[in-house]
Structures are given as C-alpha cells and as structure tokens.
Design a protein around this ligand. Sequence first.
Ligand SMILES: *Cc1c(COP(=O)(O)O)cnc(C)c1O
Length: 375
Amino acid sequence: MKRSKSKLTNSVHVGSAGDPVYGGLVNPIYPSSAYDYGTEVLYPRYFNTPNQTAVVQKLASLENAEDGLLFSSGMAAIMTTLFALLKQGDHILFQKDLYGGTHHAALHELKRYGIDHTMEDVADLKKFERAIRPNTRVIYIETPSNPLLKITDIAAVARIAQSKKIITVIDNTFASPVNQNPLDLGMDVVTHSGTKYIGGHSDLSCGVAVASKKLIKEIRNTAMHFGGNLNASSAYLIERSLKTIVLRVQQQNKNTLTLARFLQSEPGIKSVYYPGLKDHPGHAIAKKQMPGGFGGMLSFEVKNDPEKFLKKLTLIRKAISLGGVESTIAQPVKTSHAKLTAQERKAAGISDKLLRLSVGIEEVKDLIDDICHAL
Ligand SMILES: *Cc1c(COP(=O)(O)O)cnc(C)c1O
C-alpha cells in the first residue's frame, strides 16, 4: 500500500495487504524456515521473511524511515546496531541517563572488544560536545529518559554530530513512534524495545532498528552474523499490535497528562516528573520534538512510605517493564537502578521514594481513585 500522511491509516494498512491466496483480510503466518532459492533467498536469520517484512514496513512508515530490522529483543536491536557501526579503537559518546541494560552493556561488552566510551550529561550541550574525540564514531541518546523523564534536544545533538560526520543512534522506546520521530530531526538510527509500546500488551519481546536503506544494509550484515531475529508467530502478533498503536498511545498520552496534573495537586506527593507539565525543565523542547504527545511514562515521589503505598494499590499493578495497556508501577531503587550504589543513585537524583508509573489505557478516573485510596 502507498503510505498515507496519517499514522492512523499507515498503522492499519502498511505491510498488511492480506492473504494473496484466499483473499483474507489479514496476513497469513508463514512459519517456513526453508524457502525455494529463487532470486532473493528468504531465511529467518536474513531478516527477510514475510512476517518480519510486514512489521518492518509498518514501523518504517510510522518512523518515516526507508528500511528497518526486526529483532527478538530491544537489547538485540541496540547491541547489533552498535557492533555494526563500531570497531576496535573507536569511541562512542553516550548521554549519561541510559536504560540500565544499555549502561551495563557499554561497561561490560563494548569495553571487552576495545571500544571506548564516555557517558556525559547531555543537558549541557557544550560540555557534551567537548566529550567528542577524534575517534568518536557514534553518539547515542535516549529521550525521554528513565526514570526521571529528562529531555534531550534531539535536533541539537544531530547538528553537532552532522558537523563532525558522526553517526547518531537514539533509543526511542519511551516516546513510541506515535509521539516522536527522530529521523525527521536528523538522527541516523532509531531503536525501540518493541517489548514496550510496540507490542503494547505485556505479552511478547522484540526490538527494532530503523534507518536509511544504506545504514540498514550495514546493520543487517552484522545482524546476520549475530542472529537475534524474531519468529513468524511473534512477528505476526507485533503486526497485529501495531494496528492499534496510535489509539493506544493517544489514550496513554491523555491519561498520563491528567494523572500528572492530579499528582501535582495532591498533598501526599512530593514531586512529579512529566515532560508534559509546564514546569518540567524539558517541557519547551519536548513540545517541539514530541508532536504526538508527551508519552505514557511519568514518575513521582511520595512523602510517606512507598512500600505501603504500593501495597494499597488494587488496579495499578506492581511490575517491571512498561508500555502495556494495563497501568503498572515500579520502584526504580528496587528494579532498574538496584545495581547502583546509594551514592550513584543520589547523584542520579533517584530517591527511595521515587515511583515510576507506566500509564495504561484504562478510564483515568479509576486510576486516580486507586491512587487516592492508596495515599
Ligand atoms: C526495555 C528497554 C530496553 C531493552 O529492551 P528489551 O526488549 O528488554 O531487550 C531498551 N531501552 C529502553 C528504554 C527500554 O525501556
């Protein structure tokens, strides 16, 4: 199908032409791992079988990308991309606030292969730029960040990188392709943990990288060596999930803004972090670079015992991960940031009373009632 300008239309139709044999409306699941070797050789680990391709086409349309790759997890997407773009002796500049898995992979994997890295605060762009070295080949950012929802100025980082011919990679998981399209702002590669908003139902794991045809070709060459491809049944489920991603994320945006404002007015709450709030330090930039909305993630600090608060919630479930249709809550000191020392957590601004909420698609009044009751 020809791409429309509308994400609502593309999310339903692109890549989903249906069954060519019987005329069914939905794509069949093609489980074959062995194909006739005609002109193009199809094989799961070549990332080119029909169910993989359907997902890539849909996601590429949502991210305004030429091409993409579907992986079995977000980390597979991120690490394959980095190993494809970097070699021994290269340097990569990361923003400081990173997803825990990426942070640990930089420390424990890249280093072992002779790839140097720096993690620098990106709020001060001058300082960030000064961390670039002659051998810096990749700049890697993530916005909004976990768990404090800090905002990185995507276009500004892209300009710095382009002037020095450095490739930029962004983890767009928290924003989702509905709210933010970094390729339009000058980024080179966008990755997602599709386990979150792309899957959207807390029932599968996948990852994505989208970019230009040229860069995807480069990443695919490495991906074919590492594997990390997704099976046909899961790919089909992702394709199905993507048909409702715009509706889901729009409802999550709406619910989260309402909840953030409610929490701000609530005496039992010490602070609220959400880029949609006018007093959030990244609000002005977020407004520019997130035209679809500010997303479904927010965090806040309670004044009293966070454990007691969590125990009293009945609708909002205590769980790791995020981006599902159901609202979930997690305590970063017990989950994503458990491996940090108390001092490191303090430096990162993550207190014991900080809670991270992934807002679902429920009636927002019910979510507010649940929080009020627990407070
Ligand atoms: C979950 C997550 C990842 C890792 O994705 P997996 O699917 O768990 O491998 C990467 N980045 C962000 C921001 C995430 O939330």
